[in-house]
Design a protein around this ligand. Structure first.
Ligand SMILES: *[C@@H]1O[C@H](CO)[C@@H](O)[C@H](O)[C@H]1NC(C)=O
Length: 359
């Protein structure tokens, strides 16, 4: 039965055609129904530093990067595919996005640097297309009129972020109760559609200071020759045009204190729906917001599992039998010991016991 499963999966899979409509006319695109990212329980494996060496034994998925607004394979990102990996340690989720790209960096100019985003379904009705897909306009979208269409977004724009350093949620922005990041622009955002998009806690109909930026992250490019810690004055950190791979590493607690339906909540043993986006200044031209690549034209499942296959393998078979036999031996020995000790103290008591009532 187990052996039949791969064949069954092959038969069931295959591409499904996803069709949708946009103001500009018909929008259609092939989504890869095999695409999914596992997030196993692997505690103590990765450090959030932008380096990817610690992820080498973690399986991910390799995605083609197609233009988000016109997903035509001919216009795919020419630098290569994006690999997305994920895991959790029971407390936090971790993500690694890696994508080949010649080194390009312009300090302080976000759209002349690469940039990445993650997007998650929050509301049951929220579609991948149109970032939630609520039909309301910026004048009318509210948490009430777009209820059910919420998506959660993390966007990291690296123009002010020193490679290898940590950005995202910080004390000052969290005191103000929003998803901003004044230091590195690794922001926590929610949206109902592309025109109704705000930092967590900020809303056209009033702000709510209970929000937080719950994300942290770092970036790196493997053309860098130092591992000893950059400071801002070292920018541009590497040589322009150097071949290599960009790494973007993120973490977020599985659950947050969100009360506004602006954060996705992850559950062990369940799947979440997500997507990843990539901006790159192709031929040195600054990118603009909607001109980005994405890993697919529909949600991609993110499977958060309670175990790790690598861990359960080593805890099975003969080693278990040996361990339990040894445990049985130990318990027999301790039973005998306690019988001896009990008998001795009984004997001792009958001789040496003296009442202490008078004290
Ligand atoms: C909400 O917060 C933003 C950013 O801090 C601010 O610009 C805006 O004026 C605030 N809106 C209200 C209604 O207080």
């Amino acid at each position: 039965m187990l052996r039949l499963q791969p064949i069954l999966l092959l038969l069931l899979s295959g591409s499904t055609l996803v069709r949708s409509h946009e103001e500009s006319g018909e929008w259609s695109c092939e989504s890869d129904s095999e695409a999914r990212v596992p997030a196993q329980y692997r505690p103590g494996l990765v450090t959030l530093d932008g380096h990817a060496d610690d992820w080498k034994d973690v399986n991910g998925f390799e995605f083609s990067l197609l233009p988000a607004l016109d997903p035509d394979a001919e216009n795919a990102y020419s630098g290569g595919k994006m690999t997305v990996k994920a895991l959790h340690d029971g407390q936090d989720m971790y993500f690694l996005l890696q994508v080949k790209g010649d080194y390009v960096y312009s300090k302080g100019i976000g759209n002349k640097c690469p940039s990445v985003a993650l997007m998650f379904q929050v509301g049951d009705s929220a579609t991948y297309h149109n970032m939630g897909g609520c039909k309301e306009s910026p004048d009318t979208c509210t948490s009430k009129s777009c209820r059910g269409y919420e998506v959660d977004i993390m966007h990291f724009s690296i123009g002010n972020a020193v490679p290898g350093r940590l950005y995202g949620g910080n004390t000052l922005d969290n005191i103000e109760g929003n998803g901003g990041d004044r230091y590195g622009h690794l922001v926590d955002v929610y949206s109902w559609n592309p025109h109704c998009r705000n930092l967590d806690g900020i809303s056209p109909s009033g702000n709510d200071s209970s929000a937080q930026n719950d994300w942290k992250g770092a970036w790196w490019h493997d053309s860098f020759t130092t591992h000893s810690g950059f400071v801002e004055a070292d920018n541009p950190y590497g040589t322009s045009g150097q071949k290599g791979t960009y790494y973007f590493e993120f973490s977020r607690p599985l659950r947050t204190m969100d009360r506004l339906q602006q954060d996705v909540q992850f559950s062990i043993g369940q799947s979440s729906k997500f997507s990843a986006a990539f901006w790159y200044p192709v031929d040195g031209n600054p990118w603009h917001g909607s001109a980005h690549y994405t890993v697919g034209c529909d949600w991609v499942p993110l499977d958060i599992s309670s175990g790790s296959s690598a861990l359960s393998k080593s805890a099975s078979g003969d080693s278990w039998d040996a361990a339990s036999a040894f445990a049985l031996l130990l318990s027999v020995v301790s039973l005998c010991l306690s019988a001896i000790v009990g008998y001795r103290s009984f004997k001792a008591k009958s001789i040496a016991f003296s009442p202490i009532d008078h004290l």
